[in-house]
Design a protein. Structure first.
Length: 398
């Protein structure tokens, strides 16, 4: 098919990942180069993926053959907060398949990562994108990029009908769709469409390769793993979020200033997010729970600290589509700056296609369990019930 939604390669290169993986990787290199971690794959919608095991194993070997090109390293080197030693490390970096364990366990696809955090950290996004695309190649081989463009145009038309150009002046959206994309060509088509049709509203992409090739801004700061790992990286458990935020501040000195709030719940996060951090970080990212309840808590917290909320940014990134994003924007407009990272709704929303809900999450650090509680019960993840109970007790999570 001339206009097929699939290309020869699934993962294009080592930049075909989310930007926050690289920002966290540098922080790991400088602060925790010897930390050991474990990760586990989970398909939240319980789809049977066993038939794809051999193809996944083949693609892991393909990943092992990738290396950064000089052009890719030059691109990263122009980003001011990436340091010379990190660029030198990336020049030597290769994926090691020995850190990936795959098989069938309890009647389900089993995928586990185990190894040094520094060498495992980049596996997450390309592995999820690979699983998603392998499955989509089998189930939806007929999908064309024309269908993708038509669906995207429908969304653009809807947005222009629903909101005037004046109202959209402050509306900012980004592509956060790498990990669950239908395929690479689909994500490329979507990002190009956003750049061309909404240049004033489209602020960038989480995908570093597309940021480089399409000349848009790469976006991202930290993910749950950064805060989760600190549960076992030395300080008292009650101080783990503080340690994670403090280490980030020391690493980036005021840059990459959006903090993720829902590793243990927003309420637990705000207890630790004092005036010091509130002044140093540019804003917060929402990834679970009711977005408007969360926004009200954030605005009230800034006001209690004597900080004008209009000087801060809230980034929303939890299961968004354009109608939800527009509703949040209208409810918060004029009260605080907002931006929207939209994933599956952009990169795997095609007529007749059922997207998957797949994750690959850290389960242990330095041989001990870690947990993500979040503000939505379905997103809680921990393999040790005793540790989860202890974490909830320490942080007073009911």
């Amino acid at each position: 098919m001339a206009d097929s939604a699939f290309s020869q390669r699934i993962v294009q290169n080592l930049l075909d990942t989310d930007f926050y993986k690289l920002s966290m990787m540098q922080a790991v290199l400088h602060n925790y180069p010897n930390a050991e971690v474990e990760w586990e794959f989970r398909c939240r919608n319980r789809e049977d993926l066993r038939a794809y095991l051999e193809q996944i194993r083949e693609q892991v070997e393909v990943l092992a053959g990738l290396a950064y090109s000089q052009e890719e390293l030059d691109f990263l080197q122009r980003i001011p907060f990436f340091t010379a030693d990190f660029i030198r490390f990336l020049r030597l970096f290769r994926f090691n398949p020995d850190y990936v364990q795959t098989g069938i366990h309890n009647g389900e696809l089993y995928l586990r990562l185990k190894g040094p955090w520094l060498h495992v950290i980049l596996f997450e996004v390309p592995l999820l994108a690979t699983i998603s695309e392998i499955r989509n190649r089998q189930r939806y081989p007929q999908v064309s990029l024309d269908a993708v463009r038509e669906r995207l145009q429908e969304k653009f038309d809807w947005l222009r009908r629903e909101a005037s150009a004046g109202e959209l002046d402050g509306f900012k959206m980004a592509d956060f769709g790498t990990r669950r994309r239908f395929s690479y060509p689909v994500q490329e088509t979507v990002v190009a469409g956003l750049k061309n049709d909404f240049p004033g509203q489209f602020v960038g992409t989480s995908n570093v390769h597309l940021a480089r090739t399409l000349q848009v801004k790469p976006l991202g700061t930290m993910a749950h793993e950064w805060l989760m790992a600190h549960q076992q990286l030395g300080p008292r458990l009650i101080d783990s979020q503080i340690a994670a935020l403090d280490c980030w501040v020391r690493e980036y000195r005021g840059q990459l200033g959006i903090a993720l709030t829902d590793c243990i719940t927003m309420d637990a996060f705000l207890t630790d997010f004092d005036l010091y951090f509130a002044k140093l970080f540019d804003g917060l990212r929402h990834d679970s729970g009711d977005p408007l309840v969360w926004a009200e808590k954030a605005i009230a917290h800034y006001e209690r600290l004597g900080i004008d909320p209009l000087t801060k940014t809230l980034v929303f990134s939890d299961g968004l589509d354009l109608p939800r994003a527009l509703a949040i924007y209208r409810a918060t407009r004029g009260r605080i700056d907002v931006s929207f990272g939209i994933g599956t709704h952009f990169t795997c929303d095609i007529p007749g296609v059922e997207p998957m809900n797949i994750v690959l999450k850290m389960t242990a650090c330095n041989g001990h369990p870690v947990a993500k509680i979040s503000d939505a019960p379905g997103k809680t993840q921990c393999n040790d019930e005793n540790f989860l109970r202890y974490l909830k007790h320490v942080f007073k999570v009911t």
